[in-house]
Write a protein that binds this ligand. Sequence first.
Ligand code: NDP
Length: 502
Amino acid sequence: MAEDKRLTTASGMPVDDDQNTVTAGPRGPALMQDVHLMEKLAHFNRERIPERVVHAKGAGAHGVFECTADMSKYTRAKFLSKAGKKTEVFVRFSTVGGEKGSADAARDPRGFAVKFYTEEGNYDMTGNNTPVFFIRDPLKFPDFIHTQKRDPATNAPNPDMFWDFLSLTPESIHQVTILFSDRGTPKSYRHMNGHSSHTFKWYNAKGEYCWVKYHFKTGQGIQNLTREEATRMAGENPDHATRDLHDAIERRQYPAWRVCVQIMPPQAAKTYRWNIFDITKVWPHADYPLIEIGRMVLNRNPANYFAEVEQSAFSPGNFVPGIASSPDKMLQARIVSYHDAHLYRLGPNYQLLPINAPRACKAGNYQRDGYMRLDDNGGGGPNYWPNSMGGPAPDPAVAEPPIDLEGHAARHPQELTDDDFFQAGELYRRVMTDTDREHLVGNIVAHLGNAQKRIQLRQTALFFKADADYGRRVAAGLGLDVKEVQRLAAMSQAERVKATSA
Ligand code: NDP
């Protein structure tokens, strides 16, 4: 038999029989000396790694980003320096709240994470299909996710938990309005946009900086499932978006996105109507129009799901020279938290895995050892800095320009104002069509109707604050007294909570 076709143990020993365990006699007990059986069972028991607490169910594909405009006036990032320049990417789409086996059609934001394998290191854009988020302080994140998952007693989703938290967190109103529109159930991963949501800093070779937000506009057009279609899809084809992405690429119908940014000069940020580091707000296009910077095409399916998709690890902290963080505290927490999650999930050397390692350049540092070190571990080179042995050295030329920060170190509450309801209202009254509004109200009523009445009243008052018609229609759908909703809407959040407490 050809040696390269022989079945072997993990240590390479050829296996003579993979159907019959070594036993004492034909009916006898198995013998522990059957190392092939022992190894096979032991490895099987260890096949699962911890699933992501959020974004557990996902699908991914390889592709190319082509820069279509020279952005060097704004950023020194080389992959954005010349029209026509191509950079390999890997993209992972996901739902957020469900487990690894949950239905792709769930009402949920969709993760939209892009790894650009640039010649200056890997740059990760870890976005969503929505331009905003539910909360703007990371201290609230674990609580928020708990409420969207399972009840600790029943292990089933609980509409009271879900809406209690959201109605006690009114800054969520904008994202809740998007989530309960049909955009909360995209037809597939190909038919949705991606947004960085956060504001980032771009800086050029002269050390000048600006603030940016990214938007990936689908070339396939926005298409969504209605509530009824999503419910049916979840039962009939729970992996529909996973299959759709794979099958489209196999058919050579390569999905593409137009990649755009909004750019704001730092002086403008200081006096802008909204805090540009508040992730519950967008920058209206009329103020900051989209500027196209490139095109992203996905053209290759992973050959192995676990190796490439499950082990892919994105972090908003993976920057390249020319792109940096902003003072957004949600972003700051994600920079720490994503890396930390991968250390737990994949181990200290997760960035050496082929899907995560730089491709267009070599990483050079003094990190050594740790579980599953699968390269040469720095060989015989120096393992400390500074050294005079020719080891990798810091390059001061890539330093990011400083920004001014000042203020008292304290827990500063971000007061809720009527402005926090404005953009949700704009979306409802100006951007949505009649059909969008009708579906939005129907989707909310079908879900919120399962919560306690006092929670329904508190949440509907928030819809009313975004737009009176919005609040009235949800109230009518739920059979609530509109006058009571209006009365609650006129209160401060503290009064409203008191009036609707158990
Ligand atoms: P514009 O009228 O200039 O743009 C509206 C945006 O909303 C477009 O990007 C559109 O693009 C998107 N959109 C259309 N229908 C829906 C929908 N049912 N749900 C969510 N988004 C939709 O408005 P402004 O920039 O002044 O923003 C107004 C509101 O539009 C915002 O408050 C926000 O809710 C929403 N929006 C704004 C974005 C921004 O970055 N300015 C981005 C996305 C939404 P597309 O269909 O390609 O998504």
